[in-house]
Write a protein that binds this ligand. Structure first.
Ligand SMILES: [Fe+2]
Ligand SMILES: [Fe+2]
Length: 197
């Protein structure tokens, strides 16, 4: 189980690592995704899901220091962080994280030209993640609780790979996460959630 302080520590330890296959770091990608959500007036839960959607990469050595897709590996990162976040956030946060990979499979089916705009690594991982949904799979997916929010997250996720883009700080987004955390004790309130220098 993670607290917000633990999350700040994870970003401090691993946030400077390259997001594999993309021209940004793990922290830049998280901040950019949350920033794009915030610019679209997303609520605290969705901004927090955007910040944390790839936390599984920070918890998983395999996904951090290599490009797993080049070795034919699906790192299942959308699921890895969920058990550690379950007592900290509601399903409004967790479902968007859980479904953000399948949202890509949905968008490839539902939006003409979407697949062609994906980055090379994202196209490679799509195959490992099960490929493009067929029409029936897409229909079933979008009926799931949280699917529409996961689709919004996914579209910001795809755009959050811009070298040098200025964003608010991690502390800013952790404050938004704290606002939607389930309980003060579990959020780590009372302890500083300022990212270590
Ligand atoms: Fe992801
Ligand atoms: Fe991502």
């Amino acid at each position: 189980m993670l607290s917000l302080s633990d999350i700040a520590l994870l970003f401090a330890r691993h946030g400077a690592e390259q997001y594999t296959g993309e021209p940004v770091t793990q922290l830049e990608h998280a901040l950019q995704t949350a920033h794009l959500a915030e610019q679209s007036d997303a609520d605290d839960e969705l901004v927090t899901a955007c910040l944390l959607h790839d936390l599984g990469h920070l918890l998983n050595d395999q996904g951090r220091n290599d490009t797993p897709t080049l070795h034919g590996i699906d790192d299942m990162h959308q699921y890895i962080a969920l058990p550690t976040l379950r007592s900290l956030f509601s399903n409004a946060v967790l479902d968007a994280i859980k479904l953000h990979v399948d949202a890509k499979r949905y968008l490839c089916q539902a939006v003409p030209g979407y697949h062609g705009r994906l980055s090379e690594d994202s196209q490679r991982s799509l195959t490992l993640q099960g490929g493009v949904f067929d029409a029936a799979q897409a229909q079933a997916f979008i009926a799931l609780p949280g699917a529409h929010r996961a689709v919004m997250l996914r579209q910001w996720d795809d755009l959050a790979k811009q070298p040098g883009l200025r964003t608010p700080s991690l502390a800013h987004f952790l404050a938004r996460a704290e606002r939607c955390a389930l309980t003060p004790a579990r959020s780590g309130r009372g302890a500083s959630i300022t990212p270590p220098a």
